[in-house]
Design a protein around this ligand. Structure first.
Ligand code: SF4
Length: 310
């Protein structure tokens, strides 16, 4: 379908149905252009909590649409494609996690927001990469901690907070794909550049970084740091919003180990969403995120604690 037609129809349907479009920074450019709000997990969770719209169209991955529904039981939450999973959420099976958790009965369970609603029901606290340090630091020092499902973020938090943690061995396929060798090659050619990395990246990439932070943290760093060249080690979709914010700065996506067409890392799950699927889901009001009230209420508890703490 024609892009102009899709854009016009989405705008018309949005008004007619009192809908709001929330899109993650990792969505493709067309979706970012039409969205009412672009953000990272924490910003979108807060936006989902505060919207007056009757319908939330969540263009991101499934655990994000779930979070929007958990926070908004009376709103219709739509999303463009069931295939928009996440290697972190999909790699933490509730049955396996229950067995894992049972081995550490006296531990506080902190889960990264990139997990399913069912995993959230088994958690004491949820966090995002933007507030993870604050959440961990809110736990009394005599308490032991399980952190799941991202082991790379967990290792980073152990170092930053000096807290021992039992880690679930999950990872993000995108942030684990960065090549240190290629990163050093680019940096050698651009010695004045600053490297900004997301803490889902592996330890050796984080060691090379000048700045480590969430997606919104990286954006703020690049906006405010006086350097002119930045190598950005997170999903490449962030560059769209960033290049508009800092048109005079040079942004280089950190290279992945694979030789893909753009020489950068893109999340295949995020990129299954298209403008056409967004239009169709708003038009047909499907797929819709539905959760049992029992599951929703249990998953809400650790999210609410996180929102109070952040
Ligand atoms: S970038 Fe990684 S953590 Fe984010 S949705 Fe994709 S697979 Fe999941």
């Amino acid at each position: 379908m024609d892009k102009t037609f899709l854009m016009q129809e989405i705008l018309r349907l949005k008004q007619e149905k009192n809908a709001v479009i929330l899109a993650h920074y990792y969505q493709n450019e067309d979706i970012q252009e039409i969205a009412d709000f672009i953000g990272d997990s924490l910003e979108l969770a807060k936006k989902a909590q505060n919207t007056d719209a009757a319908i939330i169209v969540f263009s991101g991955v499934l655990f994000m649409a779930e979070t929007a529904k958990i926070l908004n039981p009376n709103k219709k939450v739509l999303f463009p494609d069931w295939e928009a999973g996440c290697s972190l959420a999909d790699g933490c099976d509730p049955k396996d996690f229950k067995t894992f958790k049972a081995q550490y009965p006296d531990h506080v369970i902190v889960t990264y927001i990139n997990c399913s609603a069912e995993i959230k029901t088994m958690s004491d606290l949820v966090c995002t990469s933007a507030n993870a340090k604050k959440i961990i630091n809110s736990i009394p020092e005599n308490k032991k901690i399980i952190f799941a499902p991202d082991q790379n973020l967990g290792k980073y938090l152990q170092k930053e907070t000096q807290r021992e943690m039992v880690l679930w061995k999950g990872s993000c396929v995108v942030h684990e794909a960065f090549s240190l060798e290629k990163l050093i090659e680019i940096y050698t050619k651009n010695p004045t550049a600053k490297i900004a990395a997301h803490p889902e990246s592996e330890t050796h990439i984080l060691k090379a970084a000048h700045y480590i932070g969430s997606t919104s943290g990286i954006i703020n760093f690049i906006k405010t740091d006086p350097s002119e060249i930045f190598i950005v080690a997170t999903e490449a979709g962030i560059l769209h919003e960033l290049s508009k914010a800092v048109p005079k700065k040079t942004l280089i996506p950190a290279p992945s180990k694979e030789d893909n067409t753009c020489a950068c890392s893109e999340c295949a799950f995020m990129k299954v969403n298209t403008l056409e699927k967004l239009y169709l889901c708003l038009k047909n009001e499907s797929p819709e995120m539905l959760l049992s009230e029992e599951l929703r209420k249990e998953a809400l508890k650790p999210i609410e604690k996180m929102l109070q703490l952040s």
